[in-house]
Design a protein around this ligand. Structure first.
Ligand code: HEC
Ligand code: HEC
Length: 415
């Protein structure tokens, strides 16, 4: 018995023999019922494209080899990641081995009870279903199909814009001579111990790119003592242990893995580091990196700053109660795992107020991680310079904290 896919293959071969496929971009969609929607989307935006569907529903005589040979004649192939058993000789994995350019289409489940609803199974979260309306789904695949159908563009390589002598190899060699030491011992990739932590933090992790202040030649220093990031307006704090911190390594591991710990969250550029890098590290690597950091020489205890002027403080209390306490709590205690505490939060008492201003002005967005899959965001606070100064002074000098007060001039300078 011939099945649907057998007929479709025969049809395509017949057409090719008769030479009726000239000029138009050729697109193939391999899938079950989902292939209808996707083929439809392709045609909608690229009417002149030649779109063929191959249905993976019932086994016939088609072999994987025959399918791959047919698909090789297309400019773009989209395929469901189908199981073996629909064509003779294998499934998606084997097809991908024969045709490396084939693009996977997401697994989609249509809701039988609510025809307007679909679920996309998220491959980055082991198939967790994302619910959505059918309309945007069709638009999204149509757009995707359209973009894939555009012919590649040849981009001329742009010449660099560095002034003489900075663009010359000689200048680079001079810079390297002064600032670059090839780290021979780090290249050996130690398997464990503090040396592994050093290898990850100072080598592969590139933590110093942000956390080590740059010298006047713009080369990052060796000490992870914290500094303002050039251009970005964020302050990457010191990674040396704070005075008297005993649970430091466990907290650092949690921050790097989940993007949140008992004391605060990773925001801004650090949220991106967690999102793209550290959440994927092996547990042992996180442990050794944190141990390495906790073995750095501790930072000196900050001296207690003088208490702020009472009127500034009074404005701060009022603003905090109105605008912040709902989430961060009247005593700055936060809500565990949801809203970070502001009491005992190292970001809040940092010498630099850059990160605080960035978070309040732009809002805060933590990284989505396995340990904190749906982080809450913080809306931008919309405060004047005076209000920002008052509320920051209040949080920096409450609940036993005594960091420097903030003036509206400081705020103006960093905004
Ligand atoms: C709607 C709830 C909400 C309100 C209101 C709110 N925040 Fe937040 N805040 C959050 C959340 C959620 C985060 C964590 C998100 C992030 O920064 O990545 C956060 C983060 C922060 C951080 C960064 C903490 C860290 O560990 O890096 C600071 C500082 C902060 N908030 C201060 C304030 C101040 C001051 C106010 C009042 C002007 C305020 N927040 C109002 C929810 C809120
Ligand atoms: C792209 C710049 C960048 C890189 C690279 C980077 N960080 Fe960060 N990091 C920051 C910024 C900015 C902050 C402050 C924001 C915040 O408090 O969330 C921060 C905060 C932190 C904190 C919280 C410190 C505290 O006291 O609240 C830790 C721990 C940390 N980083 C560790 C690391 C480690 C380990 C690496 C290397 C694997 C790394 N960072 C790489 C920019 C960076």
């Amino acid at each position: 018995m011939l099945s649907e896919i057998d007929h479709q293959l025969l049809h395509v071969w017949g057409r090719r023999l008769r030479g009726r496929e000239k000029g138009a971009p050729r697109i193939a969609v391999v899938g079950n019922c989902q292939s209808f929607g996707i083929a439809y989307g392709m045609k909608l935006l690229v009417p002149h494209a030649h779109v063929d569907r191959f249905t993976i529903v019932r086994k016939g005589v088609t072999t994987l080899d025959m399918l791959a040979k047919t698909l090789a004649g297309y400019d773009h192939v989209f395929s469901l990641e189908f199981q073996p058993g629909f064509v003779h000789g294998g499934g998606w994995e084997e097809l991908k081995a024969l045709l490396p350019d084939v693009a996977p289409i997401p697994s989609i489940v249509f809701s039988g009870f609510h025809p307007g609803t679909i679920y996309i199974l998220d491959p980055t979260r082991s198939g967790y279903p994302i619910e959505g309306p059918t309309g945007p789904y069709h638009s999204a695949i149509a757009l995707f199909a359209y973009l894939r159908s555009l012919p590649p563009v040849k981009l001329e390589r742009r010449a660099h814009e560095l002034r003489f002598p900075f663009g010359t190899p000689v200048a680079m060699a001079v810079w390297q001579w002064f600032n670059f030491t090839p780290a021979a011992e780090l290249q050996r990739s130690p398997a464990d111990g503090i040396a592994r932590g050093a290898y990850l933090v100072t080598g592969l992790g590139h933590c110093g790119e942000c956390h080590a202040p740059r010298n006047r030649w713009s080369a990052p220093g060796n000490r992870l003592e914290g500094g303002a990031m050039p251009g970005d307006g964020w302050f990457a704090p010191s990674l040396h242990p704070g005075p008297g911190a005993s649970d430091e390594p466990a907290q650092t591991v949690a921050l790097l893995r989940d993007g949140i710990n008992a004391r605060g969250v990773a925001s801004g550029p650090m949220a991106k580091v967690v999102l793209d890098s550290t959440q994927h590290w092996l547990p042992a690597d996180l442990h050794w990196a944190a141990s390495y950091l906790s073995n750095l020489p501790p930072d000196p205890a900050p001296s207690k700053s003088p208490e702020a002027d009472p009127t500034l403080r009074a404005t701060g209390v009022r603003l905090y109660t109105d605008r912040c306490a709902d989430c961060h709590g009247a005593d700055g205690q936060g809500v565990r795992g949801v809203y970070p505490p502001l009491a005992g939060n190292p970001t809040v008492v940092q010498p630099s107020i850059l990160t605080l201003i960035r978070v309040l002005d732009h809002g805060g967005f933590a990284a989505a991680t396995a340990g904190n899959p749906k982080p809450y965001g913080m809306p931008p606070a919309m405060l004047s310079n005076e209000e920002m100064a008052a509320v920051l002074t209040y949080v920096r000098q409450s609940w036993g904290q005594r960091a420097s007060a903030v003036s509206s001039l400081d705020v103006l300078r960093y905004r």
